[in-house]
Write a protein that binds this ligand. Structure first.
Ligand code: AMP
Ligand code: GLY
Length: 413
């Protein structure tokens, strides 16, 4: 097995793979200080597709699982498949659903999938003129991949002009901002739904709620995610059956009609508004930190799930879930999501209770475990009630130290 990536998401995938009786050896490229306790880490970066391919062929890797979107958008799945290697994830064409926001909005429009009203632009003058068609607040988004930073919520014309200019003229996000979209602002509660797509079916995993803002009470800047809970209570049975008809069935029809040959995870970011569920975005891979709360609840063998999804034979019965809830809080470096220091010693990990899951993100093992990124650890717990899980997590976080540690205190409230 080969798991590509180096975040807490990939640690959770490796941890779940390691529980399978079908797995003998796991490699991870490049991995991190936690993954290396379960897998052999290989020093190949996630976008170095040629070397990843060379490695997978040399080692006869039976199954490769891709964590981050950049490798998928670059076409890693097409290259592995050409050589007859099994790999979990969409081809380059399907990865466009995350790689281009304009493409994903066109897809949603064509298949009548409910989403925010939008327009796309590639010229500054047209975009500024186009602002007239929207009321404030509105949302300006870079078309391409921008590591989650290419979305700006603008409260007035001045903020919108600044955001548009920074993308189209100043190329703040490089080529990703060559095109932009302007979008209606949706009010509501967000929910994350990761779905298995095998070409014939779309099957949602258990739901999750991501806490994207840095500070308690959803204050401060957006981040890659500061915590998560599963399930997301807002997605009750009634709403899920509406989502199936209004969104999932239409998405599947679109994937098939467009011949996207999608085999992997389609992550649907939803806003639950007063008028029903709307799609905010598609991602073409597991979510982070959603994976850290959803996989601990999965009781089935994940190898079977990956292989059956690739073969086009996955079915709902294959997925068995713990009725427990899972809560996770992210411990981040001082300064994150802006510039931060690396290389700070992490202590106290050995004192954490046995039923607590500590997934590593930006960590590195030298003579001790040190910080090596913005988000450092994701601490997760299963419990009958979210309140109980939250209590366990915060008791254990008190045992973990590194200089400048910051985290939210309100995950799951
Ligand atoms: P995206 O990458 O498109 O999901 O955007 C990242 C985050 O920006 C989302 O998770 C929302 O919190 C917010 N966002 C994006 N689009 C909208 C919208 N149309 N209305 C309100 N918030 C949005
Ligand atoms: N948690 C949102 C994402 O993975 O993009």
């Amino acid at each position: 097995m080969l798991v590509i990536g180096n975040g807490a998401r990939e640690h959770a995938i490796v941890w779940k793979l390691a529980q399978s009786s079908k797995v003998t050896k796991i490699f991870s490229a490049p991995g991190n200080g936690g993954i290396e306790q379960l897998a052999q880490c290989i020093d190949i970066q996630v976008t170095d597709i040629d070397n990843l391919l060379y490695f997978a062929l040399k080692e006869n890797i039976e199954l490769t699982v891709v964590g981050p979107e950049c490798a998928l958008v670059e076409g890693i799945v097409d290259k592995f498949r050409e050589k007859g290697l099994k790999i979990f994830g969409p081809c380059k064409k399907g990865a466009m659903l995350e790689g281009s926001k304009r493409y994903s909005k066109e897809f949603m429009t064509k298949y009548e999938i409910p989403t925010a009203r939008y327009a796309s632009y590639n010229k500054l003058g047209d975009a500024l003129e186009g602002l007239k068609e929207f009321t404030f607040p509105l949302v300006v988004k870079a078309d391409g991949l921008a590591s989650g930073k290419g979305v700006v919520i603008c409260n007035n014309r001045e903020e919108a002009c600044d955001a548009i200019k920074s993308m189209i003229t100043d190329r703040k996000f490089g080529e990703a901002g060559r095109e932009i979209i302007i979008e209606e602002f949706l009010q509501g509660i967000e929910a994350s739904l990761m779905c298995l797509v095998d070409g014939n079916k779309i099957i949602p995993l258990e739901s999750a709620r991501d806490y994207k803002r840095l500070l308690d009470n959803d204050d401060g800047p957006n981040t890659g995610g500061m915590g998560c809970v599963s399930p997301n209570k807002i997605l009750d049975l009634k709403l899920m059956s509406e989502i199936k008809i209004e969104i999932l069935d239409k998405v599947l029809k679109g994937l098939q009609n467009e011949k996207l040959d999608f085999k992997g995870i389609l992550f649907i970011g939803l806003m639950i508004t007063a008028n029903g569920a709307r799609v905010l975005e598609f991602n073409v891979r597991f979510g982070d930190p959603e994976t850290e709360v959803v996989l601990p609840r999965l009781e089935s063998d994940i190898v079977d799930i990956f292989l059956k999804t690739i073969d086009g034979t996955i079915c709902q019965e294959e997925l068995r879930w713990s009725p427990k809830s899972c809560v996770c809080t992210v411990l981040a470096s001082e300064g994150y999501p802006e510039a931060y220091e690396k290389g700070r010693d992490i202590s106290g990990l050995e004192g954490v209770d046995r039923d607590i899951l500590v997934f590593h993100a930006g960590t590195k093992k030298e003579n001790c475990i040190r910080t090596n990124g913005g988000r450092v650890l994701a601490v997760a717990a299963l419990a009958d009630e979210i309140d109980h899980g939250r209590k366990k997590i915060y008791e254990n976080i008190n045992k973990i130290h590194f200089q400048g540690i910051q985290y939210r205190k309100d995950i799951g409230i």
